[in-house]
Design a protein around this ligand. Sequence first.
Ligand SMILES: CC(C)(COP(=O)(O)OP(=O)(O)OC[C@H]1O[C@@H](n2cnc3c(N)ncnc32)[C@H](O)[C@@H]1OP(=O)(O)O)[C@@H](O)C(=O)NCCC(=O)NCCS
Length: 185
Amino acid sequence: MPRGWVEPAGGGQDRRPAVPVGCQHGPVFYVDLPTGVRVARPSDYDVIAPVVDAWWGRPILDALPRLFLDHFHSTSLAAEGGTPSDGSSLRGFLVGFPSPSIPGEAYIHFVGIAPKARGSGLGRALYQCFFAAARDAGCRAVSAVTGPVNAPSIAFHRAMGFTASVPVPDYNGPGHDLVTFRRPL
Ligand SMILES: CC(C)(COP(=O)(O)OP(=O)(O)OC[C@H]1O[C@@H](n2cnc3c(N)ncnc32)[C@H](O)[C@@H]1OP(=O)(O)O)[C@@H](O)C(=O)NCCC(=O)NCCS
């Protein structure tokens, strides 16, 4: 039986974690957040999913299935105040988490800012909140990836202190090259 799992009294099918596996960051991840920025909720998926393809300018929704908001909302962020022209009640969001498998590592899976809200420091603000919380949770490095065609994302990550790799061939399987980013915390 894997460590950390116990058979419930009397046996049966139900297996419960003896410790909250993957929750070493505890129930509170963020302490102070700027006005308008809050911890994400599972229901944010319903206002994020309809706009990501438009915000990215290409089909990208397949890379953000609902599981990311269902299971990583407590370490993810939402910026409220979106307008009808943003197509969402959110101005931006960040989906990230401390790695449950690699101690000391955090990962940012997605960050999106509504086109009209770009260039005003919101992306930087969301990243800085995540960096501080991940550091408090014991993380010493944060990583991310992006498509080689996403020059704005590469420029943004460099501006945020990440080192960018050259495109890694077949990173996400055959024909899916990606640029990887890493930043110490
Ligand atoms: C990339 C993105 C998140 C940036 O968000 P943003 O709120 O506009 O960024 P900020 O205003 O906080 O800028 C932070 C820094 O990044 C730099 N930056 C942001 N966008 C840039 C761009 N297109 N070109 C060059 N630099 C850029 C800014 O100059 C700034 O650097 P500085 O503080 O040293 O001046 C946003 O453009 C976006 O949502 N793009 C579509 C989704 C996407 O590609 N996400 C990333 C991959 S998951």
